[in-house]
Design a protein around this ligand. Structure first.
Ligand code: HEM
Length: 406
């Protein structure tokens, strides 16, 4: 492999494949696979951007695996973008990170999550009740956004009547203006301040009046034998909010835009609901709704796949590319629910692997099960142009039409 490219164009081709802001373009978000493949084949370690915001994208499974499993050399410490204060636990390396995970993991264990199944089933059905008689819905607005958001607000103990305000806040936090990486900073900074203020007020309320929710449990938790400071409480809650509110919505809209077109896959789920857990893993692999992890900082001079990397370089592993790398998986472009198990990186890898994966899988499983039980036949109306949001791949409006079977 050649040296890290200083431009965003492959040496071998006159055709630009990957401008710095490419990943923000809706057409790339809609269909990222050819971009990933060309990057892997031509510039698997790609230095892009400039003006102080240079980053190095990496595309091959092998390199991504190496980076994510070497936090000493590729550190998460501090730098998650200037608009954010450090977030617990994602802005820390071991051993500090490990202490936070030991504290947080039990709240999201498979056993704890299993207790939520009945309630999530109820919430999914209540949403379906609202539109099933119409024979059509906007799947994104009416199901994929409200379901994970209300599940999450309930777990945290955030007021459900503020659902719309929290959804709006989440969109500003995660999507900014959506125009370029730089222009997102100001919108996100303001949204972070607003979220911090809301969380602080709620924490103060829980101090006075404890409830059966995660905010109250965090208030009564200890790290290093002492209670968490207000700053730590806000930081941990803030990250849970950012990480937990949008990602399941992203996954659901990716899944249903796929199933709404690929009728044989939809029918397989209807005929054989037992396939749902495998279908979820395969669609998470293929779609990789969270396209990349937060930047890792190089801590000392090194190289990756023969390309020099310098101290302070910011490395962004592209998870969607790793999950579709033909070097480690046969026919990655085929969505095969019967594929032999493959350790995909849709939830990341290494020490920062997703804290909420058991919750996410539960929500996805219940969603697919309840939806296909009640609405087995559905499709996207002909001529629909889907709008894709980027980075966290999401279809913004997803019209579905169906026959009622009940
Ligand atoms: C399908 C849904 C989800 C996907 C695809 C997803 C994906 C990811 C990925 C790729 C990472 C690694 C980030 C990195 O290494 O920089 C991550 C970390 C994380 N996720 Fe998720 N996530 C999902 C749902 C959730 C939910 C529901 C929660 C809420 C509890 C959550 C909480 C977290 C947290 C707290 C981290 C940071 C972990 C650490 O730094 O140790 N995620 N997630």
């Amino acid at each position: 492999m050649g040296p890290v490219s200083d431009t965003a164009e492959p040496a071998e081709s006159a055709e630009p494949i990957f401008q710095f802001d490419s990943l923000l373009q809706p057409e790339v978000s809609k269909c990222p696979w050819p971009y990933y493949k060309r990057m892997r084949d031509t510039n698997p370690v790609l230095r892009a951007g400039g003006d102080g915001s240079e980053v190095v994208f990496i595309a091959k499974h092998e390199d991504i695996d190496y980076v994510l499993h070497n936090p000493k050399l590729f550190s998460s410490n501090g730098d998650q973008g200037q608009q954010m204060a450090p977030l617990i636990p994602i802005s820390f390396d071991p051993p500090v990170h490990s202490k936070w995970r030991r504290l947080l993991d039990p709240f999201f264990s498979p056993r704890e999550m299993a207790k939520l199944e009945a309630d999530i089933t109820l919430q999914a059905n209540e949403l379906i009740d609202r539109f099933i008689d119409r024979g059509e819905c906007d799947y994104a607005d009416e199901y994929a956004v409200p379901l994970p958001c209300s599940v999450f607000l309930k777990i945290m103990g955030l007021p459900l009547e503020d659902l719309d305000a929290f959804v709006n806040l989440k969109d500003r936090l995660l999507r900014g203006t959506g125009e370029s990486f730089q222009s997102q900073d100001e919108v996100q900074k303001q949204a972070h301040e607003e979220l911090d203020a809301r969380l602080e007020a709620l924490l103060n309320e829980r101090r006075r009046q404890p409830q059966d929710d995660l905010l109250t449990q965090l208030l009564h938790s200890e790290i290093d034998g002492r209670p968490l400071t207000q700053e730590e409480l806000v930081s941990a809650s803030n990250l849970l909010f950012i990480a937990g509110l949008d990602t399941v919505t992203d996954s659901l809209t990716c899944f249903y835009s796929f199933l709404g077109i690929h009728q044989e896959h939809r029918q397989r789920i209807v005929d054989d609901p037992e396939v749902i857990p495998r279908a979820i893993e395969e669609m998470l692999r293929y779609e990789s709704p969270v396209t990349m992890v937060l930047p890792r900082q190089v801590t000392e001079e090194t190289e990756l796949g023969g390309c020099p990397l310098h101290q302070g370089d910011r490395i962004i592993p592209l998870l969607g590319s790793a999950n579709n790398d033909e070097r480690v998986i046969d026919d990655p472009e085929v969505v095969d629910f019967d594929r032999p198990s493959f350790r995909h990186y849709a939830f990341g890898a290494g020490v920062h692997r997703c804290l909420g994966s058991h919750l996410a899988r539960l929500e996805l499983r219940v969603s697919l099960r309840e939806w296909h039980r009640r609405i087995p036949e559905y499709h996207i109306p002909e001529g629909t142009e889907l709008q894709w949001a980027s980075l966290l791949r999401q279809v913004e409006h997803l019209p579905l039409v169906f026959d009622r079977v009940e």
